[in-house]
Design a protein around this ligand. Structure first.
Ligand SMILES: [Zn+2]
Length: 866
């Protein structure tokens, strides 16, 4: 797995992100099934989980009892999800006669007598799971890795609880839960809800009884057992009750690290309970962070985290902001998702879009408008990138292969921007009043998209069917081209707005939305609200003189993609004078595309005076995209100057877009002077991208050096791949090997190995690498196995089809869908040698840039001549 954190999303979505590799257009298959929630004539209402978890043997053994209630009289059959259970036996503790059958995936229970309406019965399933392939993860010290963490922890979203719990593994089935978890007495035992009791046994074990009295779907059930560091952080008092706050990790971190990482949790809860006008719905709020757990997951009252963002003081400078974004995101799921549950995954946007939107709202209320705008802008870019490069799908859809596929940039960022569009449409007062009412009305219940819409309609008096159809049930977005002209004679300005997504083939793709135009004359800004509803509009406005700045959607009211180049002069004014950071960022990107020296120098200069870190990140990215020598020179200079840890990594990565000795030297100087971790990682990658000019020995040394959370070392390993040096091969092969590097970085070594090897001409070496990757499909560390599958795809190793298919069969269903796409890609592998083409393109780009530079110098000389 890549150890990158360009943004919140990349870290949060490590899992989805890596699983989502494979074919780009995963929603366009005409054979996709339509997914609906199942009948619940017998509905589980309570789960009693009585298990002995043996961390050393990697087993869970015991009895789980589902209490089920009949919704009508007559039914007698219950089907539970239960994957790869052993020694299964089922009985009804109250003596009702039943038969059962288990096929390795489904456990079918048939009572002899039918249920009467509302009758409740129990089905007790006794079983054992050993080394489950998913859902419940184990880690322990070994002879090879004596320092490894010791734990068993669950991670379910979306459908992985079934690998260790017999349950109906879908979100519309929600139960209260009693956990009786037995484990070694030296361990901490955690689960959802409240700890009622811990009882010691004579054999060195203990049983912890955790009780959750609120309804919980299987994907939000969670346990964590292990040798943990604990940091108590007091309690949040909401006037009525106390919510205790505590954080846990493996011994890799200290209590001080945990408090540094999660320490704003109480303040966030104070803000959130007030913003949503609802007491916190659960009796405690614990969070745990462990190596080998992906991303972050909002399990009810027990949030789980991968531990790469657990911070010492250095990492805190770079990662605390991202950490807080994710923390407030997960917390908001306590409302959106946990208390108000999506009935099925087709409506998952009601939780993920909301939690992502809350990140923006939190910044707006507790930091400033610049940060909120930056979150909105970044979200829009992420969504648009996926929509343009991968696929466009409706946010609410029933057509998908695996529910996990839905967890994409449409669901998170695309939905967050649409919620902001809805808020802009309804106004703050109506919107928030309606949202609070929605949460109160559906607290403890399941919801669908129409439930949310009808509450919005009730509070606004608006008919929102069209709005929801357009933004949530239809694919696509407004792709706008805006033009502006000023006529001195007539003293008027004309804006033309064209919806580019509307073509003769797609006449119904038109969007309707509310926005505004603005223009600035003599320092005074004027604004005109407008409605867009046609493929093209023209707005003629009286303007006594030519404005110095013109804007479309200056208040960021509606999600769209904008192409608007009103001229160099206007854009250069906007680059520094726009009051909002989005205006300044848009100007930077538009100017970078002009390929004009003066415009690009203007971005470099604007960067120097730009007060907001987020805008500087984007200006650096614009310079990276400019593909111009002035940008390369500017980036080299900015690399020597930038001091803000919030910007450094972004700036260094942007600089890595150029193979340039000035940039290489500037980065090396910064490394010598010392950089924080993520910046160091970015610096290595940028140096690796210098290819033949990369400082080989420096990178090789860093790639062998263990580092905090594996951050810098992971960057150096990837940097070796960027160099394309074949000398990197033996080194990467060693670091990928079990026992030869930390498990935190071996997956990065595996991916790097594939990148270096993909262009290999020596057949024998290529075969040797592929053989090693095939072996790594059976590595003890699951992240490495997954990396090996991706690596084989990168190498287009058609001979790996059988082995990757076999690996896929060992995984959960949702992971299998992603592996199936890798297998499909391998099948099609490579009529064209992609890497060779890529290299040619890169070389051509370099040549073009140098040519342009020469041309401009020539042009300048000609101009200078009298
Ligand atoms: Zn989420």
């Amino acid at each position: 797995m890549h150890a990158l954190f360009h943004t919140t999303r990349q870290f949060r979505q490590q899992r989805a992100w890596s699983f989502a590799s494979g074919s780009n257009d995963i929603f366009n298959d005409p054979n996709l099934p339509e997914q609906y929630p199942p009948d619940l004539e017998l509905e589980p209402v309570h789960l009693d989980i009585n298990l002995h978890i043996d961390v050393t043997r990697q087993t869970a053994v015991g009895t789980v009892t589902n209490s089920v209630q009949a919704r009508r009289s007559g039914p007698r059959k219950l089907t539970l999800d239960a994957v790869d259970f052993e020694d299964v036996a089922v009985h009804d503790p109250d003596g009702h006669a039943l038969q059962w059958d288990y096929d390795g995936r489904k456990l079918t229970i048939l009572w002899q007598e039918p249920f009467t309406a509302q009758e409740t019965r129990r089905a007790a399933v006794t079983y054992r799971v050993t080394e489950p392939t998913s859902g419940l993860y184990f880690s322990q010290p070994t002879a090879v890795y004596p320092q490894d963490a010791e734990y068993a922890a669950s991670d379910h979203e979306t459908e992985r609880a079934r690998h260790w719990l017999p349950c109906i593994d879908l979100p519309n089935v929600r139960t209260t839960i009693d956990y009786h978890l037995r484990a070694e007495s030296r361990f901490t035992i955690l689960a959802n809800g409240l700890l009622r009791q811990e009882e010691a046994h004579e054999d060195g074990t203990k049983t912890a009884h955790w009780q959750l009295q609120q309804l919980c779907p299987s994907y939000l059930a969670c346990i964590a057992i292990g040798d943990f560091v604990r940091a108590d952080d007091g309690a949040f008092h909401d006037g009525e009750k106390e919510i205790p706050l505590a954080y846990f990790s493996s011994r890799d971190h200290t209590a001080a690290d945990l408090l540094r990482t999660f320490g704003r949790t109480g303040q966030m809860m104070a803000w959130m309970t007030q913003k949503l006008d609802m007491p916190f719905p659960y009796p405690k709020y614990y969070q745990f962070a462990l190596p080998g757990i992906g991303g972050a997951m909002e399990n009810i009252s027990l949030v789980s985290w991968g531990d790469r963002l657990v911070q010492d003081e250095t990492l805190a400078q770079e990662a605390q902001w991202v950490m807080d974004q994710m923390n407030v995101h997960e917390m908001s799921h306590s409302y959106f998702g946990d208390a108000v549950v999506c009935r099925d995954f087709a409506h998952a946007w009601l939780k993920e879009s909301w939690a992502t939107y809350i990140e923006q709202v939190y910044r707006e209320d507790t930091a400033n408008q610049d940060e909120a705008d930056y979150v909105y802008y970044s979200n829009a870019q992420y969504y648009l990138k996926e929509a343009d490069e991968k696929y466009q799908r409706p946010l609410m859809t029933r057509r998908f292969k695996s529910s996990w596929d839905l967890y994409d940039a449409h669901l998170y960022e695309g939905g967050a921007c649409r919620l902001h569009t809805l808020r802009s449409e309804l106004g703050d007062e109506t919107f928030w009043t309606a949202v609070r009412d929605y949460l109160h009305r559906f607290n403890g219940k399941v919801v669908e998209t129409d439930d949310f819409r009808s509450v919005m309609e009730a509070h606004s008096g608006r008919s929102l069917g069209y709005f929801f159809d357009q933004w949530f049930r239809r694919a696509g977005y407004p792709d706008l081209e805006v033009e502006f002209e000023h006529d001195d004679d007539k003293q008027q300005g004309t804006f033309t707005v064209k919806q580019k997504q509307v073509t003769p083939e797609t006449p119904t793709a038109v969007f309707k939305f509310t926005t505004a135009l603005s223009w600035t004359i003599a320092g005074e800004t004027y604004s005109l609200p407008i409605q867009i509803s046609e493929p093209q509009h023209t707005f003629v406005i009286s303007m006594a003189q030519k404005p110095e700045m013109v804007r479309f959607d200056p208040h960021h009211q509606a999600l769209h993609k904008l192409t608007f180049t009103p001229g160099d002069k206007l854009l250069r004014t906007q680059l520094t004078a726009a009051p909002d950071i989005i205006g300044r960022i848009q100007a930077a990107h538009a100017l970078a595309k002009t390929s004009k020296r003066a415009n690009i120098q203007a971005i470099v200069d604007a960067y120097g005076q730009e007060p907001f870190w987020g805008a500087r990140r984007e200006m650096a990215a614009a310079l990276a995209d400019a593909d111009h020598d002035t940008a390369a020179a500017g980036l080299a200079q900015l690399v020597t100057q930038e001091q803000d840890p919030m910007v450094l990594a972004h700036l260094l990565r942007a600089a890595g877009a150029y193979r340039d000795t000035r940039i290489r030297d500037a980065i090396q100087q910064r490394l010598v002077a010392g950089l924080p971790y993520i910046a160091t990682q970015a610096a290595y990658e940028a140096l690796g991208a210098q290819r033949a000019n990369a400082p080989w020995s420096l990178l090789a040394a860093a790639a062998g050096e263990p580092s905090f959370n594996g951050l810098a070392q992971g960057g150096a390993l990837l940097a070796l791949a960027h160099t394309r040096h074949e000398e990197a091969l033996p080194f990467l092969r060693e670091k990928a090997t079990y026992g030869r590097a930390s498990n935190r970085v071996r997956a990065a070594a595996v991916i790097a190995l594939a990148h270096v090897s993909q262009g290999l001409e020596n057949k024998q070496t290529r075969e040797a690498v592929i053989e090693q990757l095939l072996d790594l499909l059976r590595d003890p560390w699951h992240e490495v196995r997954w990396a090996a599958a991706r690596a084989l795809r990168i190498m287009k190793a058609a001979q790996a089809i059988d082995a990757v298919s076999a690996y896929g069969r060992s995984l959960s269903q949702q992971e299998q869908a992603a592996v199936a796409r890798i297998v499909a890609a391998l099948r099609q592998a490579d009529k064209v040698d992609g890497s060779a083409v890529q290299k040619q393109v890169e070389d051509l780009r370099d040549k073009m840039r140098k040519l342009e530079e020469t041309l401009q110098k020539l042009a300048a000389q000609i101009e200078e001549k009298p």
